[in-house]
Unconditional design. Sequence first.
Length: 559
Amino acid sequence: MLKLGIPISDFILNIMINSYCLMHRVDCSFSVLPIYLKNGIPFNTVTFNTLLRGIFAENKVKDAVQLFKKLVREKICEPDEIMYATVMNGLSKRGHTQKTLSLLRLMEQGNTKPKIIIYNIVIDALCKDGNLDAAINILNEMKQKDIYPNIVTYSSLIDGLCKLGQWEKVTTLFSEMVNLNVYPDVRIFNILIDGLCKEGKVEDAEEVMKHMVEKGVEPNVVTYNVIMDGYCLRGQLDRARRIFDILIDKGIEPNIISYNILINGYCKKKKVDEAMQLFCEISQKGSKPDIVTYNTILQGLFEVGRTDDAKQIYAEMLSAGTKPDIYSHATLLNGYFKYRLVEEAMALFNKLERNKEYTNIAFYSVVINGLCKNGKLNEAHAVFKKLSFIGLLPNIDALCKDGNLDAAINILNEMKQKDIPPNIVTYNSIIDGLCKLGQWEKVKTLFSEMVNLNMYPDVHTFNILTDGLCKEGKVEGAEEVTKHMVEKGVEPNIITYNALMDGYCLRGQLDRARRIFDSLIDKDIETDIFGYNILINEYCKKKKLAEAMQLFCEIFQKG
C-alpha cells in the first residue's frame, strides 16, 4: 500500500497492531508506531488499548503498567474508560487486586469517572481473592453514587459467597436482585448449584434447579454436569445416571465433560462395563473422547485387570490422533508391571526413551520399581545407571531450599543447553522455592514451560501450588487449582486436603475446614494425624474444646 501510494489511515494501522497482538508478537506491534509519526497520523486510544491488551496477553504485566504510566505522565493520549478497563482487567486476571483497586480510586479523582464495567472488574477481583467484605463495600459505594449493579456484579458476588458457604448473604443478594428487577440467569443458578454440590447438598441443588425451571430459566448442560458430579462425589452413581438420562430426555446434547464425569464415577466404583458402554456411546453420538476420557478408562481397566482391553484402548487412542500425555504412559507402565507384562512395559519405555518423550525421573522410577518387583534386578540396575544426569538435581534442590532461586534457574538453563532433559523433580523443586517467595509470575512461566516440554504437573506439583496459595490466604485460588488437577486426571491426596484445611483455619474459617475434613470420608481418603492436628489446634484457638476433644478421641477409635 505504501509503495502504491494508497493512503494509510489510523484504522489500517490499528488493524496491523491488533493482528500482531493476536499472534503474540507485541514486539512487532511497536514497530508500527513510527509509521504513525512518519505519515503525520495522530495516536488514539484504540492504538494503545490494543497494545495494552497484547502486552497483557503475553503476561508482561510490568511492561503494560510502564506503558500506561508513560501515556498518562507524558500526556501522549488521555486514557478513556476502555483503557482503564483494559489495564484493570489485565491486572486483576493476574492476581494484582490491590493495584486494580488503586486504579479505581485514581479514576474516581480524575475526569474519567468509573462506570459499572469498572466496578464489576474490581468486585470480581476482590471476590476471587475471597475478600467479600471489601467487594460488598464497593457494591454499597456504587449504590450511593446511583450506579446500579447488574447481572455481572451479582454473579461475581454470589460466586464468592457460595465458595465461602455464606448462604444467608446469598439469599439476601438474591432478594435484592429481584427488587431491582435484575432476575437471575442460568449462570447465577449454575453458580448456586455448583456451590451446593461442592458442600454435598446435592438434593438442595436439585431443588434450586426445579425453582429455576419454574421461573422460566432453562437449565443447560453445565447445570446437569454439576449435579452429576455432585452425586458422583458422594458415590451415588444411580442418581448421577438418572440426571444424565434426564439431560438426554430434555433434548440437551451431553458434552465430553458429561461423559467424563460418569465414566470417572463408574471407574472409581470398578463398574468398568458401564464405563465402557458410555465410552463407546461417545463415538456413536458423533463426538470424540478427549485425553481425560482415555486416561480414566485406561486406569479403570487396569484396576480390574483387563489388560487386553487397556491395550486396545491405547491403540484406539493413537489411531484417533489423541496424543497420550504423561499420565497415559505412567498408567500403562504401572499396569504392565502390575500384571507382570514386563516385555510390553520395557518395549513402551524404550520407545519413549528413543523419542525423548516423557522420559523423566518419574518414568525411570516407575520402571526401576516395576523391574524390582518382578525380580529383574540386573535390568533395574542398568536403567538406574542411565540416570547420571540426576547428579544436578540435589544441587538444584539445595539451592531452592536456601532461597537461591536465581542460581537454581541458571543450573536449569545449563541442563537444557547440554541437552540434559529436566524432569518433574527439577521443576517441583524450583516451583516450591518460587511459591515460598511469592513469585507467582515465574511460577506461571515454569508451568507453561513444563507443558511445552510435554511434562504435565503431577500431584506433588499441584500440592506445592495449593500449599503456597493457602499460606498466602488465597484458599479459593487453591481450591481452583484442586479442581483443575481433577479435570486433568490427577487425584488430590491427603496432603492436598490438609493444605486446604490449614488455609481455611489460618483465615479463621473453621466451618469450611471441617467441611473438607468431612468430605474425605465421602471420597474414601483416610485422614492422617496432620489433618486431625490442624482441626484440633483451630478448635482450641476458638475455645471450642468439646469439638477438639471429640476429634482427639476419634484418633484412638480410628486406630
